[in-house]
Design a protein around this ligand. Structure first.
Ligand code: ADP
Ligand code: MG
Length: 684
């Protein structure tokens, strides 16, 4: 007797080997199997007269075999069957490679349905390796919409779809409905049985759409409920209660006055920390909006409360830079500031850890090393993480485990569309810095192709002649990547530039260098000793060199919009008019659209929305960086309307039944629990 939680190996046609192949795809139980949705569909329901077939389309053709199929051996290991097929409209050549057996399956004078990709060249119409079956009799492989699944080796489409057919036939009645009836009805969604049947074996495209809509909604609804519960648990958590101090004492030491947006963000966080509840706040601000200052104010505030802060940066370079900046601001108060990064010597690390344990630091700045298991804090009150999208939620929470319940401030320079922020940072409160410090000039942005190279080189000469510095970014080149010839590798490009400009100092940094060497070069660029810095995207986040006035991005087509925006944010940080030149020879439409947006706007939020629209959320966050469970069917970027609706419904359900103990929420609660189990490292 098969049940939803039976192992897939008990299905007919699926033995040990195939079961293992399914396991590789994350499919273990029959429930997993029916939740393994098709990657796409083949429409084999449309029949066309041969004469109307268009080049490249996949269609079914009903045709008569006009001659005796011929079998020819072209060379060893390669044979070919050829035949002609006709209908009332035209004739078509059909070729099979290495399928000698079809010669006997196809008879002259008989009618068949062929399904395949049509090639039309002039009057010549052909198909290669089509699927086929007799026109008379039951249609098994044509006449319907067919699901296409992701496969792993050892599987083929019919094994997977056959398994799903059996699973559905045995268990359709058992599938729990996680959507409460009221929600299903008010959102006009189909029944769960209908959805699972039609997502795999749609009767037609309308049925498929109805099924898809329900399943997308379901997935986002479950996710929203899960996040809602996390948020609720957090809100109830006690935190260290800070005492109020007048921040003007801090602000008055700065060389400039903080913007209103900076003050607002600081005030939000101060209110959190004085509330007696644990703070979990995200500060979102475009590049250059001055997030570091917000962090500094709060670190000062924690210090006034006799507590220590930890500041976590995503890279060594940034940790070093923040160490400089924050020391400059905070050391004058008499604060003790330490460093702990992976590249320090064992002895240095040992000393830093001892100092932390003894409570000798008021602030420690570092990288992931800050939360390795042997680091102990004596009085940790505040954790700040910079550029959070680089850290998974789990890493953040590992650090939270370090103190009693330290407050957490997350800073992100990746503006995120509101709907997505709710999902991605659903467990955080958000402050937005929507104002740049005064006097910032827009970075002039231009998209050019190779024909501008000479002018671009002259421009480098002109700006460096005025004392400015130049960033040149080349795409990261993975080893054994199949590359077009003209892709610039950073080192090669640096050599070219230094040959071209012998009087200028050119240097190169890339991801494969030792952190120490990288840091040294970055430091000497920041000190103005290097004129042109060629880099891979190691400089992407946060590096602050106010004298840099030109950012050149080579092979700009290789970068996403958000990334380009981050890169552009490296210039225009001082008083000098700055420029960003995006070099690309690509005439790909998407690339052109991306580059155009960059030239048009400097607004990070606008850019992020466009980016999401053009590329979808997967690329947007980098694979799996969000710490969220992967969605099976919903597309967080494209399905934002459904997402909003699901979020509304989820909050209604949670308001009425926060612990999900009502009988109609039982299936929902079980699904959420299993989601937490599967993702325990990303969600905890
Ligand atoms: P980001 O938000 O990208 O981390 P930073 O904190 O690095 O931005 O700040 C960018 C630059 O702006 C720094 O050089 C900083 O000193 C300067 N800055 C920050 N706040 C102000 C302000 N209120 N007025 C003038 N300059 C500021
Ligand atoms: Mg920063």
């Amino acid at each position: 007797m098969l049940e939803l939680n039976s192992d897939v190996r008990f299905l007919k046609g699926i033995g040990e080997k195939k079961a293992q192949a399914l396991n590789k795809l994350g499919v273990f139980s029959l429930y997993d199997l029916i939740s393994f949705f098709p990657r796409k569909y083949e429409d084999r329901s449309v029949y066309k007269p041969i004469a109307l077939c268009q080049n490249g389309e996949n269609v079914c053709v009903k045709a008569l075999v006009a001659n005796v199929p011929s079998l020819a051996r072209i060379r060893r290991g390669m044979d070919i069957v050829k035949l002609k097929a006709v209908d009332e409209s035209a004739m078509m050549d059909i070729t099979f490679f290495n399928r000698s057996y079809v010669k006997n399956q196809l008879s002259q004078g008989e009618s068949y349905v062929f399904y395949g990709k049509v090639e039309v060249s002039g009057k010549h119409i052909s198909m290669v390796n089509p699927l086929f079956e007799r026109e008379e009799g039951e249609r098994r492989i044509t006449g319907k919409i067919f699901p296409v699944y992701k496969l792993s080796s050892g599987l083929n489409q019919s094994v997977v779809s056959g398994g799903i057919r059996q699973a559905l036939d045995n268990c359709l009645e058992e599938i729990p409905d996680v959507l409460p009836d009221t929600v299903r009805q008010s959102c006009r969604l189909c029944q769960v049985k209908y959805a699972y049947e039609n997502i795999h074996f749609p009767a037609d495209f309308k049925a498929l759409e109805i099924a898809r809509r329900r399943l997308i909604f379901e997935e986002l609804f479950v996710l929203s409920c899960a996040l809602g519960r996390i948020r609720k648990n957090r809100v109830d958590k006690q935190g260290i209660k800070f005492r109020k101090f007048n921040l003007e004492e801090f602000y008055s030491t700065l060389p400039f006055s903080p913007t209103n947006a900076q003050r607002r963000a600081v005030n939000d966080a101060v209110a959190d920390m004085c509330s007696g509840k644990e703070m979990n706040r995200l500060v979102q601000g475009d590049v250059g909006s001055g997030k570091t200052l917000v962090a500094a104010a709060l670190i000062w505030f924690a210090w006034k409360n006799n507590l220590c802060s930890a500041f976590m940066a995503p890279t060594e370079i940034l940790a070093a830079q923040h160490f400089e900046t924050l020391s400059g601001i905070l050391a004058p108060f008499g604060m003790h500031i330490g460093k702990l990064t992976g590249s320090m010597t064992a002895k240095e690390k040992r000393e830093a850890k001892a100092a932390l344990k003894a409570g000798q630091y008021d602030l420690v700045i570092g990288t992931h090393a800050l939360f390795s298991s042997d680091v102990e804090y004596s009085n940790l009150g505040l954790i700040v993480t910079d550029e959070q999208h680089r850290f998974g939620v789990s890493q953040r929470s590992a650090l939270i485990g370090k103190g009693k319940t330290p407050h957490v401030l997350v800073m992100s320079a990746t503006p995120i569309p509101r709907t997505l922020a709710l999902i991605l940072y659903g467990d955080l409160d958000v402050s937005i810095i929507d104002e740049l410090p005064p006097g910032r000039q827009k970075v002039g942005t231009f998209a050019v192709d190779e024909s501008y190279r000479q002018r671009l080189n002259n421009f480098i000469l002109k700006l460096t002649g005025e004392g400015r510095q130049v960033f040149v970014v080349c795409p990261m080149v993975e080893e054994n990547e199949d590359l077009p010839m003209n892709l610039k590798s950073a080192e090669e490009h640096a050599r070219e530039l230094s040959a071209l400009f012998p009087k200028l100092k050119t240097a190169c940094v890339h991801g494969k260098m030792k952190p120490k060497d990288k840091d040294a070069i970055m430091a000497s660029f920041a000190a103005g000793d290097i004129d042109i810095l060629v880099a891979t995207t190691v400089i992407e986040v946060g590096v602050d060199v106010p004298n840099a006035a030109l950012m050149i991005v080579e092979n700009a087509e290789r970068f996403g919009l958000s990334q380009l925006h981050q890169l552009r944010g490296r210039v225009g940080r001082g008083q000098f008019k700055s420029y960003c030149v995006l070099v690309s020879d690509s005439d790909n439409e998407d690339t052109q659209a991306r580059l155009k947006i960059m030239c048009k706007t400097n607004d990070g939020f606008k850019i992020s929305e466009e980016d999401l629209r053009l590329r979808g959320p997967g690329d947007f966050f980098g694979s799996r960086q969000s710490g969220l469970p992967e969605t099976h069917i919903a597309d967080l970027g494209a399905d934002t309307l459904v997402l909003q609706q699901a979020q509304n419904e989820a909050s209604l359900v949670l308001d009425s039944d926060p612990e999900l103990i009502f009988p109609e929420h039982k299936a929902l609660r079980e699904r959420i629990d299993s989601l937490f189990l599967q993702n325990s490292d990303s969600f905890n």
